[in-house]
Design a protein around this ligand. Structure first.
Ligand SMILES: Nc1ncnc2c1ncn2[C@@H]1O[C@H](COP(=O)(O)OP(=O)(O)O)[C@@H](O)[C@H]1O
Ligand SMILES: [Mg+2]
Length: 258
């Protein structure tokens, strides 16, 4: 399969200010991460809380810069592209655990979805409403949702709007940062199925972040296990689930109910 993203030796350190002046220090959130993502695959990034998953997601989405290393998107340096042409941002979208990070509580669904379309000039002003209705349909919601506010929606519906906001930009890659962690189990399954369906229909590449190996097993083609800012395991889902190599991955599997 063709490479779409190359995560090339990415490191990131955060400086922490302690409560007392002398207790400040550093966290090495990512330590020389290297992997590639093929077009059309679903790559699961598994790791416990604090392992560096969100930091990596933010760097790939261009929301923060790495200290060293670079992200290569279709053969070109992504952060350099972001600086030159902000339009490229629409190609790589991110969906967060909590859709309140994406949805302004004062914006109706119509505003939340028309804003990115307008900024990136996806369709002409005249066609925006049609495009919004079409996209709502793709995430399983009717036209009547257009005039609702985020607080009038259930958690699952809010996540559907966040997905709509991402796919309305016709991206190539979607990074999902634990998008179902706040949802009930039955709703989780609906959202995961929806993401897979949209992925297939729109020919997307998914970078799916989760701490839940059951979800990784359900959704992914390939798996990377992150521990303490480093990759400890990488391979096809079937191989890793049948025969994990690292002791950390083994302990993850033993702890789960899989
Ligand atoms: N803005 C920040 N400032 C300081 N430390 C941070 C910041 N964001 C994350 N960290 C630290 O970096 C490490 C990795 O965090 P994160 O990428 O959020 O991991 P995960 O998403 O796997 O839980 C953690 O130790 C976390 O406390
Ligand atoms: Mg996180």
């Amino acid at each position: 399969m063709k490479e779409i993203l190359r995560i090339n030796n990415i490191s990131k350190t955060y400086k922490i200010k302690g409560a007392f002046l002398k207790l400040s220090g550093f966290v090495n959130a990512l330590k020389g991460i290297f992997f590639t993502v093929s077009k059309g695959e679903t790559l699961a990034l598994i790791g416990e809380s604090g392992s560096g998953k969100s930091t990596l997601a933010f760097i790939v989405a261009g929301l923060i810069s790495p200290d060293s290393g670079n992200i290569i998107y279709k053969g070109r340096d992504l952060h350099a592209l972001y600086k030159k042409d902000s339009k490229i941002r629409r190609k790589i979208q991110i969906i967060f655990q909590d859709p309140y990070n994406t949805l302004n509580p004062r914006y109706k669904v119509y505003d939340a979805l028309s804003e990115p379309v307008w900024v990136h000039k996806i369709v002409s002003r005249r066609k925006i409403k049609n495009e919004i209705v079409r996209t709502l349909e793709m995430v399983g919601l009717g036209e009547d949702y257009i005039y609702k506010y985020p607080h009038e929606l259930s958690g699952g519906e809010r996540q559907r709007i966040a997905i709509a906001r991402a796919i309305i930009l016709k991206p190539e890659v979607i990074i999902c940062d634990e998008p179902t962690s706040n949802l009930d189990l039955s709703i989780q399954a609906q959202i995961l199925n929806l993401l897979l369906e949209i992925k297939k229909r729109e020919d997307l590449t998914l970078l799916f972040i989760t701490h839940d190996i059951n979800i990784a097993s359900f959704i992914s083609d390939r798996v990377i296990v992150l521990y303490n800012g480093e990759i400890v395991e990488e391979g096809k889902k079937e191989d890793i689930f049948a025969n994990p190599v690292s002791s950390y991955t083994k302990s993850l599997f033993e702890a789960s109910t899989l």
